[in-house]
Design a protein. Structure first.
Length: 292
């Protein structure tokens, strides 16, 4: 990147070509997002200001972002921002980056008919995107969100503060249901909903992942034993104890896990009904199970 006068259009074109040389997926999108982040402009605004000069102070910072992206640092970690349910969430290496397909968990909950304000438990909240999105859509609901990672909970609390829903969400630290037991020594509370986007990748699949994911996102949020079902197995077995009458467990699963998860639910007599929902790519990715 020489000392010539760079315009937005020149910088984008050069960056796209450089990303292509290094096999970066979505080179145009990444270049636009990173430059827009640095210049505090949307992608549309970049196009409206194609001829705008980019000066040295920004060029120096942009060069560093390019180096990190070439090293496969995820764009969301470079911008500390990810959109989820049309909301902006802060993310960094402490949390899994929210995926668009996980929005279907939230959408399924919101479109299920309920008569009264619900009590909802999210396990493994990570960035808090699911809990905060639900809190904003359903301000009368009571939400408890747990995570085994204290650093992740710090990010979740930050996002709850940003979206002004801190008072509605109780954050607890611990492994799955353990913090619920710890704060309710006089008896287990019951929830109308238990929601989780658990880790479900097999340990042996590590080398098949993109380096963006494998080398940067938290391992504890990705991998779940030899068959990828270590956490899902526990969720299905333990959730009925914490569900209110007609309560529902909803979780995301890997695209090849539907039959295994069906077998796990069939083996649990506590559930009266369940269904496996397809995502927008027509893959079975969402499980919704109910107790009587």
């Amino acid at each position: 990147m020489s000392n010539k006068m760079w315009r937005v259009v020149d910088l984008l074109d050069w960056t796209v070509g450089y990303f292509q040389q290094h096999d970066i997926p979505n080179p145009r999108l990444d270049a636009e997002v990173l430059l827009g982040h640095l210049l505090e402009k949307s992608r549309l605004q970049l196009y409206l200001h194609f001829e705008m000069p980019v000066f040295q102070e920004h060029l120096t910072l942009f060069r560093e972002l390019i180096k990190k992206r070439i090293a496969r640092t995820p764009v969301s970690y470079l911008t500390n921002q990810k959109e989820f349910m049309s909301l902006d969430f802060y993310v960094d290496e402490r949390v899994l980056i929210p995926r668009p397909e996980t929005e279907q968990l939230v959408e399924t909950i919101l479109t299920t008919k309920t008569e009264n304000p619900q009590r909802l438990l999210e396990l493994g909240t990570g960035s808090g995107a699911i809990a905060a999105s639900l809190a904003l859509q359903q301000p009368e609901w009571e939400i408890v969100a747990t995570d085994i990672s204290e650093p992740a909970l710090a990010v979740a609390r930050k996002n709850a503060e940003t979206h002004a829903c801190t008072a509605q969400i109780e954050f607890l630290s611990g492994d799955l249901f353990e913090p619920i037991d710890a704060v309710n020594t006089n008896g287990n509370p019951r929830f109308d909903w238990i929601v989780c986007n658990p880790p479900y990748i097999k340990n042996t699949e590590r080398d098949t992942l993109s380096p963006d994911v494998r080398d940067y996102e938290p391992e504890i949020a990705l991998f779940a034993g030899a068959d990828g079902l270590a956490v899902i197995r526990r969720l299905i077995a333990e959730a009925p104890k914490y569900l209110a009458p007609n309560g529902k467990l909803i979780l995301e699963i890997g695209e090849m896990q539907a039959d295994s998860v069906r077998a796990l639910i069939d083996a649990e007599s506590a559930y009266c009904t369940y269904k496996v929902l397809k995502d927008y790519a027509e893959k079975e990715r969402i499980v919704l199970a109910s107790v009587p």
